[in-house]
Design a protein around this ligand. Structure first.
Ligand code: GLN
Length: 253
């Protein structure tokens, strides 16, 4: 009998300590990842320094800001890589919770999705061959074959230029490849990815041509209450210097 009581006591003790351990373990910060809500981020991970592969992992400014936001919301970040052109549909159909892809806020896109406050800015730039370029300034695009990434603000911009022949690629890198092979005369793309492409490829350069400033923001399904939560997190991350730290880490000017 004594033995049975001893065993029962041991069982109760073990159960209690396990309970104490798990309840400590499930405190806010260390909640195990399985119990956390997942937030799916739609992106196109070929846009260094905002999102790109380092081995199998997607890293970059957007990936890190998204992680910091999810930490604040106590959610698990899951990144879904897709064509840039599919992000808005993924978000508006509810397949992804938010889209973050160096995405510029435009009035056209605002018809389909909601945007958070902007977390950083960018501009378009023109990449051309270093030597004997047919395109020497923005006006020259009107008589040139211009590579763009499909569905981007670069695409919208070049498509509006009378006389320009627009070559659309699913990745910015493919547009740049076409440029290095002489298949297009220029590429119009966002400034930071352009810098990364020029670094990685010999014989191309960025023209010193000013373009309008664009705001990058996160897009969400219309009427989503996650937008306000992300805005609150973004504000805190701006105020405590986290956003600047992440941007500076990748853009070391
Ligand atoms: N900023 C551009 C846009 O929103 C390009 C984004 C991208 O190619 N990832 O259209």
């Amino acid at each position: 009998m004594k033995r049975i009581i001893a065993i029962m006591l041991a069982v109760v003790l073990a159960a209690t300590s396990a309970f104490v351990l798990t309840s400590c373990g499930e405190s806010k910060d260390t909640k195990s990842s399985e119990t956390k809500t997942e937030l799916h981020m739609a992106t196109n991970a070929f846009f260094e320094p905002y999102e790109y592969y380092e081995g199998k992992k997607i890293v970059g400014i957007d990936a890190e800001i998204a992680q910091a936001i999810c930490d604040k919301l106590d959610a698990k970040l899951v990144i879904d890589d897709m064509e840039f052109d599919s992000i808005i549909t993924a978000v508006s159909s509810g397949k992804a919770d938010f889209g973050m892809a160096g995405m510029t806020v435009t009035d056209e896109r605002k018809k389909a999705v909601d945007f958070t406050d902007s977390y950083t800015t960018a501009t378009q730039v023109i990449i051309v061959p270093e030597k004997d370029s047919k395109v020497k300034n923005g006006d020259d695009l009107a008589k040139a074959a211009v590579g763009v990434q499909m569905g981007t603000t670069g695409d919208i911009y070049v498509s509006d230029i009378k006389g320009a022949s627009v070559e659309r690629f699913s990745k910015g890198a493919d547009a740049v490849l076409a440029l290095t092979k002489g298949k297009v005369d220029a590429v119009v793309i966002d400034n930071e990815p352009a810098k990364a492409f020029v670094k990685q490829n010999k014989g191309i350069k960025i023209l010193d041509e000013p373009f309008e400033k664009e705001d990058y923001a996160i897009c969400l399904k219309k009427g989503n209450d996650l937008t306000e939560k992300i805005n609150k997190a973004l504000k805190e991350l701006k105020n405590d210097g986290t956003i600047k730290k992440i941007v500076d880490k990748y853009i070391g000017d």
